[in-house]
Design a protein around this ligand. Sequence first.
Ligand SMILES: NC(=O)c1ccc[n+]([C@@H]2O[C@H](COP(=O)([O-])OP(=O)(O)OC[C@H]3O[C@@H](n4cnc5c(N)ncnc54)[C@H](O)[C@@H]3O)[C@@H](O)[C@H]2O)c1
Length: 336
Amino acid sequence: MKLLVTGGLGFIGSNFCRYVLSENPDYEIINVDKIGIGANPANLHDIENDKRYTFIKGDICNPQLINRLIHQVDAVVNIAAETHVDRSIVDPNVFLQNNTLGTFTLLEAIRKHNHKARLLQVSTDEVYGEALEGSFTENTPPKPSNPYSASKAAADMFVLSYHKTFGLNVSITRCTNNFGPYQLPEKLIPKTIIRGLRDLPIPIYGSGQNIRDWIYVQDHCEAIATVLKKGNAGEIYNVSAGNEISNIEIVKKIIALLHKPESLITFVEDRPGHDARYSLDSSKLQSCLGWTTKCSFEKSLESTVEWYLNNEHWWTPFATDVILHPTPWKLGGGSH
Ligand SMILES: NC(=O)c1ccc[n+]([C@@H]2O[C@H](COP(=O)([O-])OP(=O)(O)OC[C@H]3O[C@@H](n4cnc5c(N)ncnc54)[C@H](O)[C@@H]3O)[C@@H](O)[C@H]2O)c1
């Protein structure tokens, strides 16, 4: 099986490439990544010389590149995206381009040049919007709250429409919040670890009561690989591990693991459009495709903190004032 993995130099993409090659000796990967925010070529140093792995610096919005590559593969795993909600508030256009038009470019390439290629679209629980009670199933209609989740939901709609109208072999995974090694320090867990290590105030948006459902990145990678192999065409599969916890609670856990004082916590203005809670029902993936989580939340959180402690050289270049900013959506800027 030959895969085109997009966004393979980012957090989930690099973990996915490593996971797939270690579990499937007969798989080959072409990784296309534009090396944008979130990407780090160092993430995959360990597999750079693997003959089954090829890296191409490129943009999924470039039809010439994608049309050329699509002939060479059996399936596309679309992980590439602009991913930070805070940045989507500053510059929504970048999210529309990369997340929606990028996915559209892949779909068009498959439709016109390799109709048999399978597409696995890596999406997010955020497309459903906030879950004030209960847990969302795959039948819950999308109701995105911010430009990031809107751009992902729009991409999902194109993916499903290309199945129905053109018969493309597509599946979508929608996963909850990931954590683990190689995550850019703009996200809650690495930002908290790094600011804590530097004895800097640790920002909590609003009251800190917003709930996220966390999953270790390895479990997510296994879920993507499972749906790629066994998922039905035209279907969505929710991915979650049932670790719902408020932001303030997870920050306190990290501070305890770092042996730092809780007095570092500072409450800051809430992010506009901040969803109160995410919660997914992933019983379809478990009962239909046999996937289950393997990683314990507490142990994985501990090992993630340890990874950041042991890999300062990896995150130091990223740990700028902008990336670690307490309220990034107030930084301004934007392309339009
Ligand atoms: N991180 C999470 O908690 C989470 C949860 C659910 C779903 N997801 C989804 O998983 C995917 C990956 O998320 P992540 O956290 O690893 O993000 P990330 O920001 O760490 O990595 C994204 C990668 O995509 C690349 N990229 C962006 N636009 C591109 C383009 N136009 N062409 C080529 N490469 C491009 C970037 O350079 C980067 O390497 C996203 O689609 C996101 O929506 C993430």
